[in-house]
Design a protein. Structure first.
Length: 260
C-alpha cells in the first residue's frame, strides 16, 4: 500500500492511494494540470485512476472537481450531504454513495464521520492484506467510539492544523479563531499528538501530519509536538505534508516498510 500526498493545506488538498488492486484519489483541491503533472512523474495518467473519494465539499478539497469531471470517467465516491454542498453537478451515473464499508477491488475502505463545519464530512480507514492507512483531515475532534477501529494501523495521515498559541495571539478575527478551535473546526498540534499517542501501536510505521495552517503553524512546531508525544517510539517516522510540493511516496507492503 502506498500514499503519495500531492498537496496538503488551506489552499488545496489531494492524495493518491495505491494498493495491489486499485489506485484512487482522496480529494481534488488542486488543478487538473497539477494533478496530471504529478501523475506523469510517477509514469501514470488519470486513466490509471479508479475512483475519487471526497472527504467534504470545502473548496480546498474540491476546487479541481469541475475540470476533473470533464476529463475523466471514473467513479466519484461521496454522500448526499457532500453533493448538496458542492458547487458543481455530478451526473448520477458517476456517483457511488458511501456505505460504512466499501470494497474497491480487493481493497476495503471503512468510512467514518468526522466533525467539521461541512455537512457529511468523513475520514477513511483503508485496508488490503496486512496493510492499513488511516486518513483524517478537517475535524474538530475524533469521536472515541472510532478508536478501536483506528488503533495500531501502519500509516496515519492526520490533520495537525494549528498551534494554539500562534492562533490565539495571531491576527485572525475572534469569530474565526473560535471556528478553528471549535468541535467543528480543526485539530491542533497538541490534540493530534494526544490522539496519536492513544492510537499508534506496534504496527505503526509512519505518521503524516497534514493540513498545516499557513498562518497559525510551522512545520517544526507540528513535528516537534507529535515527536515529543511519541518520544518512546523513535522507530515511527513522522513527516509533514506540504502545500506547494508533493511528498515522497510512502509505502507499506506485507509488513516490509520503506519510504521512497
Amino acid at each position: 500500500m502506498k500514499i503519495k500526498v500531492l498537496a496538503s493545506g488551506s489552499k488545496g488538498n489531494c492524495s493518491l492511494i495505491e494498493t495491489k488492486s486499485t489506485r484512487f484519489l482522496i480529494d481534488i483541491g488542486i488543478t487538473y494540470q497539477r494533478l496530471k503533472k504529478e501523475l506523469e512523474k510517477m509514469n501514470l495518467t488519470t486513466d490509471d485512476i479508479d475512483a475519487l473519494f471526497l472527504t467534504h465539499a470545502h473548496n480546498d478539497h474540491t476546487s479541481g472537481l469541475k475540470v476533473l469531471l470533464k476529463r475523466t470517467s471514473f467513479k466519484i465516491y461521496t454522500n448526499k450531504d457532500i453533493i448538496k454542498e458542492l458547487t458543481v453537478d455530478i451526473d448520477n451515473d458517476r456517483v457511488e454513495l458511501y456505505n460504512p464499508l466499501i470494497h474497491l477491488n480487493n481493497t476495503e475502505i471503512n468510512v467514518f464521520k468526522t466533525s467539521h463545519d461541512a455537512k457529511g464530512s468523513v475520514g477513511f480507514l483503508i485496508n488490503e492484506d496486512n496493510n492499513s492507512l488511516v486518513y483524517i483531515t478537517d475535524t474538530g475532534y475524533l469521536n472515541r467510539k472510532y478508536f478501536p477501529l483506528l488503533e495500531n494501523k501502519n500509516i496515519y495521515y492526520i490533520e495537525s492544523n494549528h498551534d494554539e498559541k500562534m492562533l490565539m495571539d495571531g491576527p485572525y478575527p475572534y469569530y474565526l479563531k473560535q471556528r478553528i478551535i471549535s468541535d467543528e473546526g480543526h485539530l491542533s498540534n497538541d490534540t493530534t499528538a494526544k490522539y496519536l499517542k492513544k492510537l499508534v501501536g506496534d504496527n505503526t510505521k509512519y505518521i503524516i501530519l497534514a493540513h498545516l495552517s499557513e498562518h497559525n503553524n510551522k512545520e517544526e512546531i507540528a513535528y516537534n509536538t507529535s515527536r515529543e508525544s511519541l518520544k518512546d517510539r523513535s522507530d515511527i517516522k513522522i513527516v509533514v505534508a506540504k502545500q506547494s510540493e508533493a511528498l515522497e511516496e510512502i509505502e507499506v507492503y506485507n509488513e516490509v516498510n520503506m519510504c521512497r
